[in-house]
Write a new protein. Structure first.
Length: 560
């Protein structure tokens, strides 16, 4: 594809032999390549083999079974009212989610998909079943109800999928599963996915599957030492709160340069927009981006005018950014190998790298799998709260005031304090002044919505929750770097690229040598290599940034 992303021999969805209607649907959804489970499962399923797959949520297992199911549909849609495929799932949420996925993939084929689960009025389900459906996605209990009423007919069934079979057994659905499978034609294809493979699953498989292909995602152990030494943490957040959570985590982490991995093109575009709205300089990279744009994006990242790269795996392949400090997985990667590969991009050459993973509560199991395979711990952290953000912003206000006190140009304001002091205590006056300064710095943490805290249930896979909270210490400069104070910030319209431009231009430092940049309202902090600090200070003192002369000096240790 490009010099940055060499074309390799990876399998595409087209290589898997999927029909054009499905290929168009996948491309429309922004899927760029199959996940490992899809690469392995789709070909045997397409030939009609039974399959026993060990894979957790987040691996792309839904598409792995849904696509071969849809391959079976006649072009132009079916006319039989009875379903040809039945997917059994443990919960109502999963029923809705899987049926939406099948609907999206099968839209062009006119696939009629119906979720049926308890708690929903049965009348509507009856009407739709009567009109005819192709794929039913059901919880076992409700499926049995319909079988008993004679409203779900399974004679035309060609495929049965047991999704999250371990969960279904745990929830006491074993008998229901047997009853349902007994009603299906013996020559049907049977697919069983389970996150874990306890003996009960083996028994279920022996009973109902015929000579199945076995697939495991995440069993191969990575050689010790193969996975890089990187500080690894994860945040478990509901989907709806992920953009806000990522924004906060980045605010606290303040990466110099980070790559944020997303699953699809649309996700890349949306997240780039969100992050730019939060004041980051984010650039997108995905399969739909031209070579020319790609080169531009890479140049911006290398010279420090962009700090976040939001990318799909495909687009990021082969890309080497030396100054990368953080790798962010906006979703749990679809396989442990992919996780290892992604985080291998930081922590090189003895530098500290940081890997951050956002996981939805359902994907918690996949995090455990990754920990097991990599034999490394992923620390589950709490998303910074509104109170944390507020504290951080107060800290910035305090630092700004401290700076102002050192500047020694306060005489002009003495009259204000003196006049007020006739009526108020000096402490009170100071408080009011701090409040005004704080508010005028646009520190509007109150606009942030609260993100619900996730407590993992104490399940058999063991939770990583309940970890003692690590205190967030004020950030120290990176080793080998000196932090400089620059007396102009956001309110003067200073953006990171202005500082990079000024330092690179005046002090002949390369953009990539400049470290973390933090812009507060009235000042900025920028890290430069220890050896270059004096030269940068000297050069900037004689220069202007955004047309104004600014104070530049080493940041004092007592600054915050
Ligand atoms: P699942 O493990 O089936 O719950 O899928 C996890 C998520 O990955 C879902 O949001 C899917 O839409 C998404 N997904 C599945 N396959 C792919 C793919 N090949 N490329 C990008 N996203 C995918």
């Amino acid at each position: 594809m490009t010099a940055d992303a060499p074309d390799d021999d990876r399998t595409s969805f087209a290589d898997l032999g999927l029909r054009p209607e499905l290929l168009r649907a996948l491309s429309g959804l922004g899927y760029e390549e199959p996940t490992p489970i899809q690469r392995e499962a789709i070909p045997p399923l397409a030939t009609g083999r039974d399959l026993l797959g060990q894979a957790a949520t987040g691996t792309g297992k839904t598409a792995a079974f849904a696509l071969p199911v849809l391959e079976r549909m006649a072009a132009g849609g079916r006319t039989d009212p009875e379903p040809f495929a039945l997917v059994l799932v443990p919960t109502r949420e999963l029923a809705v989610q899987v049926s939406e996925a099948v609907h999206r993939y099968g839209r062009e084929l006119g696939a009629r998909v119906l979720p049926i689960y308890g708690g929903q009025p049965i009348g509507r389900q009856l009407r739709v079943l009567e009109q005819g459906v192709d794929v039913v996605v059901a919880t076992p209990g409700r499926a049995v109800d319909h079988l008993n009423r004679g409203t779900l007919k399974l004679e035309k069934l060609e495929v049965v999928v047991l999704d999250e079979a371990d969960e279904m057994l745990d929830m006491g659905f074993a008998e229901d599963l047997d009853a349902i499978l007994a009603e299906t034609p013996p020559q049907r294809q049977t697919v069983l996915f389970s996150a874990t493979m306890p003996p009960r699953i083996d028994r279920l498989a022996r009973q109902h599957l015929t000579d199945p292909v076995r697939i495991t995602i995440g069993r191969e152990q990575t050689e010790p030492g193969e996975a890089p030494r990187v500080r690894q943490s994860a945040y478990v957040v509901p989907r709806a709160h992920k953009p806000a959570a990522l924004g906060r985590v980045l605010d606290v982490e303040a990466p110099t340069a980070a790559i944020v991995f997303c699953r699809t093109r649309d996700e890349v575009d949306q997240l780039t927009e969100t992050l730019n709205g939060r004041g980051y300089r984010a650039e997108s990279l995905h399969g739909g981006i031209s070579q020319e744009q790609r080169d531009r994006v890479m140049a911006r990242l290398r010279n420090g005018t962009a700090d976040l790269l939001v990318a799909t795996d495909v687009a990021a392949r082969g890309l080497d950014v030396e100054q990368l400090t953080h790798v962010v997985n906006y979703n749990v990667p679809s396989a442990p190998e992919s996780y290892v590969h992604r985080i291998g991009r930081v922590g090189r050459a003895g530098r500290e790298g940081v890997a951050i993973t956002l996981a939805e509560p359902r994907e918690h199991g996949m995090l455990k799998t990754i920990e097991r395979v990599t034999k490394q711990r992923i620390q589950v952290e709490k998303v910074p709260t509104v109170a944390d953000l507020r504290a951080r912003r107060l800290e910035l206000t305090r630092a700004a005031l401290h700076e102002s006190l050192l500047e020694d140009d306060l005489e002009g304001f003495r009259v204000v304090v003196e006049t007020l002091a006739d009526e108020f205590d000096v402490m009170e006056i100071a408080l009011a002044a701090v409040k005004l300064a704080h508010e005028s710095s646009g520190a509007a943490a109150d606009e942030e919505e609260e993100i619900p805290e996730y407590t993992p249930r104490p399940d058999r896979r063991g939770g990583t929750g309940g970890e003692p909270r690590r205190e967030r210490k004020p950030r120290r400069p990176t080793a080998g770097m000196t932090r400089l104070f620059v007396g102009a910030g956001r309110s003067a319209g200073i953006r990171p690229q202005d500082l990079v431009g000024a330092i690179a231009g005046e002090a002949r430092l390369h953009g990539r040598e400049i470290g973390a940049i933090e812009i507060a309202d009235r000042f900025s902090l920028v890290e430069v290599p220890d050896g270059a600090a004096q030269q940068v200070i000297a050069a900037l003192r004689g220069a202007t940034i955004k047309g104004r002369k600014v104070t530049v000096r080493r940041e004092r240790d007592d600054h915050r």
